[in-house]
Ligand binder design. Sequence first.
Ligand SMILES: Cc1cc2nc3c(=O)[nH]c(=O)nc-3n(C[C@H](O)[C@H](O)[C@H](O)COP(=O)(O)OP(=O)(O)OC[C@H]3O[C@@H](n4cnc5c(N)ncnc54)[C@H](O)[C@@H]3O)c2cc1C
Length: 627
Amino acid sequence: MSRTDGKYDVAVIGAGHAGVEAALAPARLGFRVLLLTLDRLAVGRMSCNPAIGGLAKGHLVREIDALGGEMARAIDAVGIHFKLLNRSRGPAVQGPRAQADRDGYSAYMLGVVENEPNIDLKDGEAADLIVTGGEIRGLVTATGEKYSADSVILTAGTFLSAVMFTGDRKVAGGRRNEPAAERLGERMRTLGFRTARLKTGTPPRVRRSTVDWSRAWEQKPDRPPLPFSFGTESIDRPQVSCWITRTNDKTHDIIRRNLDRSPLFRGEIGGAGPRYCPSIEDKIHRFAHQPSHHVFLEIEGGDSDLVYPNGLSTSLPEDVQEEFLRSIPGLEECEMVIPGYAVEYDFFPSDQIRRSLETTLVEGLYLAGQMNGTSGYEEAAAQGIMAGINAANRCRGDRPLVLSRAEAYIGVLVDDLVTRVPREPYRMFTSRAEHRLILRHDTADVRLAPVGAALGLASEAAARRAAEKDRDARREIAYLSSRTAPFHEANELTERLEAGPVRPGTKVVEILRRPAVSYDDILPLRDGEPLPAPPLRREVEVRVKYAGYVERQIRLVEKLKKMENRSIPTHFAYEEVGGLSNEAEEKLTAFRPETLGVASRIEGVTPADVSLLVVYLDRWERTEELS
Ligand SMILES: Cc1cc2nc3c(=O)[nH]c(=O)nc-3n(C[C@H](O)[C@H](O)[C@H](O)COP(=O)(O)OP(=O)(O)OC[C@H]3O[C@@H](n4cnc5c(N)ncnc54)[C@H](O)[C@@H]3O)c2cc1C
């Protein structure tokens, strides 16, 4: 028997990306945690792409780190190809991403969990929940062991009543070579919970030594790599390249010819798949006009002999997968080691959880991760840490921690889940966040380290570092705002940069605000004041350049609250609203809402979409008045 005689403060079911963070948070806060999972060797396993982060997802990872979670440190330890995405675009939409050593990532997370003294990690299947008087009391495993717990966090991922499909082969299982969890979903239904079906898929894997790399285009990693964790000083692990190739007419012909052999097209899979990460057969069918699609060849680890062809998710039969792989430049002679497949699974429509992620039906029972209708490791981990924090808060009689939409992408994620039920796997995008200029990935520490430290989860040192960063940035901006630019030097500079003339008495901060001027350009306009370190210069530059936008954004959100009854003309041209997501444009055009309030509640229309509508509506009304 365990060191706790079967009595725990918190029990976590499932040790995927949600489960690991959900267990670590209460354990680090001093609570006794049971982490029960089907197979300990699958702790933190990456079911699909061997990568962490990406647009908006990278923000979530840095927020998890600032709160005191593990995901950022894990990827910093095992990342093999770091890249800041959208580097050439505005700071709000840039996102850090890194390819991982797939097995290394799992091994790292297993090590962290095993070395956490307050976690008892056990292999086993949770089959039943002990509930009395509407309150959770514990769980029972498939082999009959009973564990009592004050709170239980369910993070079963894609495993509930899961079925995997490759062509006409259909097997029960949540992931390749792993069983499905049948009993727990059934038990949840007897407790009154509703379930629905979703699906996702993964590409085949090919042998690295059989790829002709000379036929693909090399993408080098960032040098130096930008770590995810605010506590990591540098990434020392050797980095590898990623390679890009493309599908072509031949690939598309093979797939089109075999669409009737796809379980998706034969109607065998009922659950909706991720709109933004479709299978290759779906892409070829839906975007029939596109002659080719990118394929990113990502090595699964420094020493791994497997390559992940990102972009080729499929559930077509194995022979078709082999045939279309070999039509792609660089893969002509490739050996397919593992075929791709789709998986369909149960999830709990998210109107059954509160903002704390506690269920509405059973007190002390929390749901986190893919089971709430989301998709992605980062979305799962973000919910995991919040459920873990809130289970711990419940143990100590504290109010739940709820982050607002203006504080964090995590706040946006949870708010979206409790206001609209995902009909397709939900993934995070920067466009979902109306405050995205405030919620930049590089400000996650300033926004959330104090929250993490107040909880006792993030270290005092991390909170101090964030406070110093903020104070130093403010101090430098105050200095640049008070310093008058030396007239001749300033004019010489702006002339060279084609940044417009400078009047006598202009402050240095006003010159930095000009788009063509970087912080390093204004260095000669400072006096002997000590220079800030390079990361702080970037921070100052971004804060100065975007201060106006940020203030406007906050005012706009305030204004939005008053916009509930504002009419939208029936003939309003949604297709002219730049930046509106495809989904919002589609739904608004179909529904033609009468007011902004109604528009804002249509599923798929985000607050960010509504903000754009306001701007275009103003413009539209001005032109209508003039015409
Ligand atoms: C084939 C496939 C393809 C995918 N493709 C993509 C993709 O393209 N893009 C994307 O963003 N995401 C994709 N995903 C989803 C991604 O894997 C998940 O978003 C992420 O892993 C969710 O994390 P989680 O912690 O919620 O669940 P998981 O990582 O699935 O972890 C769940 C854990 O719970 C355990 N468990 C389940 N039931 C029980 C039980 N009754 N008792 C004990 N333990 C239990 C399991 O063993 C597992 O360890 C894919 C998943 C699969 C399986």
